[in-house]
Write a protein that binds this ligand. Sequence first.
Ligand code: CUA
Length: 177
Amino acid sequence: MQATVLWVSVAAIAIVAAVFFVVIRSTTASASAQSVAKSAGTIRQILFWGSLAGGAALLYVTLTPWPHALPGEADDPIVVTVTGSQWSWEIDTPEIPAGRPIVFAVTSTDVNHGVGLYDGNYRLLNQAQGMPGWTNRFQYTFTEPGTYRLLCLEYCGLAHHEMIGEITVTSSAANLN
Ligand code: CUA
């Protein structure tokens, strides 16, 4: 995704540079005001309809996967309640099976925390805000057994960095009971 964004940006920069180049090259040529107005009108029309078509295509591509399944809609999810307090996480089910949808229900007893779910290589898998008096949910299905971590993503005081929780994901075969 980042590589795609990079190349799209490079292409956009190249197009803008090309436009600048053409404009600079054409500054010496003289033309009547009428013909300039006419070609400007044509360019405006192309830009308008092009933007409209491009925007519609973008909307179609980005909005068709919606609506996303809401947390809890998956078959037979396991609900794991994660409660943040200065400065630790309380996880009611610290051992969960791979291959089952897990709904993380995140809340807080004091201030706003942010829970980030990380794999063993500290790659962020999902996240939600832990807010007092409110429960935010996100869903994740683990495919690999191992140790996963919950790190606080919202600065919440002196020992914010100490808010590290651990989740053990066991192989799904071990949990077929
Ligand atoms: Cu809790 Cu930062």
